[in-house]
Design a protein around this ligand. Structure first.
Ligand code: ZN
Length: 282
């Protein structure tokens, strides 16, 4: 089953369940930031898979996408989580997951534009990442039970201003410029992906393959990440964890390749979907 956040023909934004070619609105996105329709739905005791329509269904085709989750309480990113990526950056394999937060004001949807100001940075890099959406509150979860807390999976582009990342030494700001977190297009429910550590994931920049790896190369798998993170912080419904990027990032290429005005970046994760965004200098 697939879910998305779409703008309906009445210009209102809805969290929708996909049924064939139709989008069935099951929660209304708030016009003010900070409240998430998915979290609200789950907190009110409704099962997104069965929730009743709150507005007329509309065609999926031609609908405008917003971030798959519009206002997660947490958007957690994981670093250095693929063996070959750790090698290409010359870093040691971490002994525990390395995590930080991407601020949620950076979220955009499938088809929306990644914007950057060349006066701020011209070293704008792509990172294909498998992201998972938490379906119910998770605290001190054992690894063997962890995947039961996943509602579904989606694609996240962990866009990064590399010069800011390295200059500051902290990752949050350099990965949270406005528009730097494309998320979507769809959330594919966990029952359709019984083993998230078997998925091929790729980045194409203007049609050219830049990253192409399998989630089997991950150091800390999704279940281990949930067990680890939930030791320290309660994971809430709608929280998103982006699980790190494989090898092939622009900064590690010789010579480096960065995204620039007019580019189109496409992330492709097996069974999860294709997240495509144009890039524009502003
Ligand atoms: Zn990343």
């Amino acid at each position: 089953m697939r879910f998305a956040t779409l703008v309906g023909p009445n210009k209102k934004t809805y969290f929708v369940r996909v049924e064939g070619d139709a989008a069935v609105p099951i929660a209304k996105a708030y016009e003010r930031p900070g409240l998430d329709p998915f979290r609200d739905l789950v907190e009110s005791g409704k099962n997104p898979k069965k929730a009743k329509a709150i507005a007329k269904a509309f065609p999926l085709k031609g609908a405008k996408f917003k971030p798959a989750i519009t206002a997660p309480q947490k958007l957690i990113a994981i670093g250095l989580n693929y063996r070959k990526h750790a090698a290409e950056t010359g870093m040691q394999i971490p002994k525990a997951p390395m995590s930080w937060c991407k601020y949620t004001s950076s979220l955009i949807g499938h088809g929306e534009t990644i914007k950057y100001r060349p006066t701020d940075s011209t070293k704008i890099d792509y990172e294909v990442e498998l992201a998972f959406v938490i379906g119910r509150r998770a605290k001190d979860v054992a690894e063997k039970d962890a995947l039961k807390y996943v509602f579904g999976y989606t694609c996240c582009n962990d866009v990064t201003a590399r010069d800011h990342q390295f200059a500051e030494g902290q990752f949050g700001r350099a990965k949270s410029f406005d528009t730097f977190s494309p998320l979507g297009p769809f959330i594919v429910t966990a029952d359709e992906i019984p083993d998230p550590q078997t998925l091929q994931l790729a980045t194409r920049l203007n049609g050219q393959t830049m990253q192409n790896e399998n989630t089997a190369d991950m150091i800390f798998g999704c279940a281990e990440l949930i067990a680890y993170l939930s030791r320290f912080m309660t994971l809430e419904p709608g929280d998103v964890v982006s699980t790190g990027t494989p090898s092939g990032v622009g900064v590690a290429r010789k010579p480096p390749v960065y995204m620039k005005d007019g580019d189109v970046v496409e992330l492709d994760i097996e069974r999860v979907g294709v997240l495509k965004n144009p890039v524009k200098a502003v």
